[in-house]
Design a protein around this ligand. Structure first.
Ligand code: SAM
Length: 204
């Protein structure tokens, strides 16, 4: 989401066991768990990692990332109601830092993460690719330590050319794996590709 979209922060949040809806938009679904699990596995977190996570959502990835006990786990989340959920989830967990805001507001003090889990939300389909590509360039230039890695995904089982260009310009290695999901409850964003998405890990 673009930080200039001020109305996003006051849009009402609805949590159920199956989904997170913000206003009229479904932002996260429980059926995405297999994709999230694979992305976390592929990121290969260890107890020496400093993790940056973009977007808390339902907290599925946050919980899975914590199983590997990283040294620090910084979560960036702009929406105040989602951040409150994150605070409750945080509880007594060590090394978890919550930052209210958008990834676009991270500055040059936010450097040297060894692993990044990237899963924000954008309801503007025309802007989503630009935002994602801007992030992967910014992450390589500013956020990631040498040899750091970044996990992200695509909702179709291939990488569009503009993503490939940016990835190979800024990362030394790109790992891609197909993940099968079974969308339910809302329109299926993968219907053309029968539930096939890809998990991507980029190595700086
Ligand atoms: C798809 S959900 C994240 C799901 C999460 N990975 C999980 O496993 O439950 C996206 C989250 O990113 C947040 N978000 C939206 N735009 C963002 C941005 N520019 N920077 C950081 N977080 C953002 C949303 O408020 C939402 O909580």
């Amino acid at each position: 989401m673009d930080p200039r979209r001020k109305e996003y922060l006051s849009t009402e949040v609805h949590y159920t066991e199956e989904s997170l809806r913000i206003g009229e938009h479904y932002v996260m679904h429980e059926w995405e768990r297999p994709l999230i699990r694979r992305m976390v596995e592929n990121l290969k977190i260890t107890s020496t990692d400093h993790v940056l996570e973009i977007g808390f959502g339902l907290g599925i990835s946050a919980t899975l990332l914590q199983q590997f006990r990283p040294v620090t786990h910084t979560i960036v989340e702009p929406h105040p109601q989602v951040l409150e959920q994150a605070r409750q989830w945080q509880g007594e967990r060590n090394g978890v830092h919550l930052r209210q805001g958008y990834w676009q507001q991270l500055g040059s003090d936010s450097t040297h993460f060894t692993a990044i889990f990237f899963d924000p939300f954008c309801d503007d389909m025309a802007a989503v690719d630009d935002e994602n590509i801007s992030f992967l360039e910014f992450a390589s230039r500013t956020l990631l330590a040498e040899d750091g890695r970044l996990a992200m995904f695509c909702i179709h089982p291939f990488l569009p050319l503009d993503y490939q260009r940016a990835m190979f310009a800024h990362y030394r290695q790109v790992e891609i794996g197909v993940v099968q999901v079974e969308p339910r409850d809302t329109a299926d964003p993968t219907d053309k590709w029968s539930g096939r998405m890809i998990s991507v890990v980029l190595y700086k």
